[in-house]
Design a protein around this ligand. Structure first.
Ligand SMILES: [Zn+2]
Length: 256
């Protein structure tokens, strides 16, 4: 994290609600473009320029864009920094008071954490791990449609970890619950912070072969509206966006 205070030319990722402020040119504002007295949170540096997150108001002048809309245009590493700004500012807004004694929390210098001045409760920024899995059955891939979010997309089975679970246990449980299938060996693929599903979400991706080569998915109709096997050379067009780990997993499975 940067030690120096914000300089006029530093980049500001201003967050309000689930959106980020852009300039009319499509970039992000500089410190000198914003009013004084703001609470800047250091995010890191990009090409030698410090990047700061700031809480804004949706009434502030500027163009407000959602992270998914921006992420496709920005590319890495700015897309990740923008996701991080969203995450940090949302967390700070939701963790202003002590959950144990209700006193106003203080920032812990140099950390994304707060501490209670009265009862000393330490409140680190919490992350929410989630898993997703590309399930193969020979030359086929299982894709599902969700009843929430972009319902037209064909996506992968995914879900949040429950307390006390390993990533692998979560994958097997989610797959059993959502599509009634058992998996063979799991292979870890990679991970991605995913600001779209809420603050602090980190997705861990896996690949797996369906244990039974004849098994068909069975859905309960609540979380999923459809689930079916697609031949790897005939996947539907409505797939997750190119900047998502869902898509990286699907593309890697096709190339396998
Ligand atoms: Zn307290």
């Amino acid at each position: 994290m940067a030690d120096a205070p914000p300089a006029p030319d530093d980049t500001c990722l201003v967050v309000a609600g689930r959106k980020l402020m852009c300039t009319p040119e499509g970039g992000f504002p500089r410190v000198r473009d914003l009013p004084g007295g703001l609470d800047y949170v250091a995010l890191g540096t990009l090409d030698g320029v410090a990047v700061w997150a700031v809480a804004g108001e949706r009434g502030d002048t500027g163009e407000w864009r959602s992270w998914p809309a921006l992420a496709g245009d920005l590319g890495e590493p700015l897309a990740s920094l923008a996701g991080r700004a969203l995450q940090v500012i949302t967390w700070r807004h939701a963790h202003r008071y002590c959950g144990a004694c209700t006193a106003r929390l203080d920032d812990v210098p140099g950390e994304h954490a707060r501490r209670c001045p009265d009862c000393e409760l330490y409140v680190p920024m919490q992350l929410s791990p989630a898993v997703l899995v590309a399930i193969r059955r020979g030359d086929e891939l299982l894709l599902v449609r969700h009843s929430y979010g972009p319902t037209e997309l064909w996506a992968l089975v995914a879900g949040f970890l429950e307390a006390g679970e390993s990533l692998e246990q979560a994958v097997r449980r989610e797959v059993r619950e959502e599509v009634g299938l058992e998996l063979g060996e799991l292979t870890y693929f990679g991970s991605q912070p995913w600001a779209m599903s809420g603050p602090g979400v980190v997705l861990a991706g896996f690949t797996a072969e369906c244990a039974d080569p004849r098994a068909e998915p069975v859905i309960d109709g609540r979380e999923l509206t459809q689930a079916r096997w697609f031949a790897l050379d005939a996947l539907p067009a409505e797939l997750p966006p190119a900047y998502s780990i869902s898509r990286w997993l699907i593309d890697a499975t096709v190339k396998h």
